[in-house]
Design a protein around this ligand. Structure first.
Ligand SMILES: [Zn+2]
Ligand SMILES: [Zn+2]
Length: 260
């Protein structure tokens, strides 16, 4: 069984009324995907994320504000801590730093990131980190504020092997998306090859970043099977080993999540 460790179910279903979560989860199950983690990005989607986890035993939720929203939405630590109390919430985030999309809001992103890291440490929950073109600041704030016990995951990882290793030193996992199937991603495949499977998660980040052969179309949790197949091909191992190990990694990291 596989887990899609990062998707946005509410974006998938609101884009097309014909798609409901039950149908998406059924299609995922047909591809061996037993569980998904649906991720909060702002105040507007937070309640929908919690609702999906409430309704479906194999859906887990997070609580947080995406770095792209951090400039316009500030969340107090106490408020985030209260959200973390919801029984469906297994992680804090997504948070982090994205200077590709908003270098001008770096300071506000950093403040938000620190709030998330501190709340995650206090709640004993792993943190979901989004990082793009901000590796030095991301690692600096993680070293200062991340709890190496509850740790977290570098999601949709596209950075260097050195950065992946630095995150692993802080007890983090590294999650790969369909980007590893893109022809242009040879350097990233090298990162996959070098990292121990015990530190790897797989995700879709759907509705974005559909893996080959669906590139450019809408992504969905079922396609995490294609990401797992790509990891297996890169490492020269069986896809079953990738499925078993990444699923075990998921439940080891997200301790509040229990298999349905
Ligand atoms: Zn992200
Ligand atoms: Zn995301």
């Amino acid at each position: 069984m596989l887990v899609d460790s990062h998707c946005h179910l509410d974006y998938l279903t609101s884009a097309d009324a014909a798609w409901d979560v039950t149908a998406l989860l059924e299609r995922a199950r047909c591809q061996g995907v037993g569980h998904v983690l649906t991720v909060a990005v702002d105040g507007a989607n937070q309640q929908r994320v919690l609702e999906h986890a409430r309704r479906h035993a194999n859906v887990f939720a997070s609580a947080g504000i995406h770095p792209a929203a951090a400039a316009s939405e500030r969340i107090a630590g106490e408020e985030l801590l209260a959200l973390a109390d919801d029984p469906g919430v297994v992680a804090i985030g997504e948070t982090g730093l994205d200077y590709f999309h908003g270098a001008d809001t770096a300071e506000l992103q950093q403040q938000s990131f620190v709030t998330h890291l501190r709340v995650a440490a206090r709640a004993g929950l792993p943190v979901i980190v989004h990082t793009r073109e901000a590796s030095d600041d991301t690692l600096r704030l993680m070293r200062q504020h991340a709890d190496t016990g509850s740790a977290g995951v570098m999601h949709c990882f596209t950075e260097s092997l050195a950065m992946a290793r630095a995150a692993i030193e802080l007890n983090f996992m590294v999650s790969f998306s369909g980007i590893i199937t893109f022809r242009s991603a040879a350097a990233l495949r090298e990162v996959v090859r070098e990292l121990p499977l015990e530190r790897i998660l797989v995700e879709t980040d759907s509705p974005y970043l559909a893996p080959v052969p669906h590139r450019g179309q809408r992504n969905e949790p079922a396609y995490v099977s294609l990401v797992a197949a790509a990891v297996a091909a890169i490492k020269g191992i069986a896809v079953e080993e990738v499925a078993d190990t990444t699923t075990a990694n998921f439940f080891r990291l997200f301790r509040r999540a229990h298999p349905a």
